[in-house]
Design a protein. Structure first.
Length: 253
């Protein structure tokens, strides 16, 4: 039985006290969150230590990105290494988000290096994949996502990838208000799990968590999360509103 993960990706949102207020609002609810759901938030990097240092914190913290360099330190301006995240008490890092692919030219090969950097520092990578609208409309969505996953996971063993989380995020659904239907999500999640089984064995495939992301909200979360191969969600916009995010977490109960 896989435990659900509901992860909030704040993106470049919440300035100063607003970030603290949102964190505190979620933290207040943490005691009464469903036991079968893990909860993680990924604030802007500047705030990570505020939250990991907070002794009252009950919510797991993740980074939105990580350097692909496997060195812990080095002359790489602007980069944050996986070892630094680990030392700061961070448990997860989102890698390969479509906004990084689109605005920062991240390739599947670079994303593979980010996964490797996370794994060597003990950070759980949340690896994002997903097709753009034209790829879905031309019927190539499954092939596109299979290729992404295959490139990202090549050369790793099931042992290496023990902490891996996959997030299927159809790009046409991110921030657009258009959600994949539960059937579309289930179809792709089942494909991804089958592929992971082919690459890494059925035992591993049965255990790996595959999240859905893309305009997930309180009104659609329960039906998406109830699909057999959907193990929670990566939530953008709705994770910025405490009550919406909490409602989505409860939809997994
Ligand atoms: P959204 O973003 O929920 O705002 O669509 C999801 C994501 O980008 O992870």
């Amino acid at each position: 039985m896989r435990k659900l993960l509901v992860a909030g990706n704040w993106k470049m949102n919440k300035i100063g006290q607003d970030a603290r207020d949102l964190f505190q609002a979620l933290n207040r609810e943490a005691m009464s969150l469903p036991a079968n759901v893990d909860v993680m938030i990924a604030p802007p990097a500047l705030y990570l230590k505020w939250f990991t240092n907070d002794s009252t914190a009950k919510i797991t913290v993740g980074a939105q990105d990580v350097s692909h360099r496997d060195e812990a330190e080095g002359a790489y301006t602007g980069e944050i290494s996986a070892a630094m995240l680990q030392a700061a008490g961070v448990d997860y890092a989102i890698v390969g988000h479509s906004e990084r692919r689109t605005y920062h030219g991240e390739t599947d090969e670079l994303i593979r290096k980010k996964i490797a950097a996370c794994l060597s520092a003990g950070i759980a990578p949340i690896y994002c994949c997903g097709e753009v609208l034209a790829e879905r409309e031309s019927g190539r969505h499954i092939e596109v996502v299979r290729n992404q996953v295959q490139t990202a996971l090549k050369d790793f063993s099931a042992n290496d990838l023990a902490k891996l989380v996959v997030a299927y995020e159809p790009v046409w659904a991110i921030g657009t208000g258009k959600t994949a239907s539960s059937e579309q999500a289930q179809e792709m999640h089942a494909e991804i799990r089958t592929l992971i089984g082919e690459l890494l064995g059925q035992d591993f495939a049965d255990k790996v968590r595959i999240l859905y992301g893309g305009s997930c909200k309180p009104s659609n979360a329960a039906s998406i999360f109830s699909q057999p191969d959907v193990d929670g969600g990566l939530i953008g916009g709705a994770s910025l509103v405490a009550n919406d995010f909490i409602a989505i977490i409860h939809a997994g109960a």
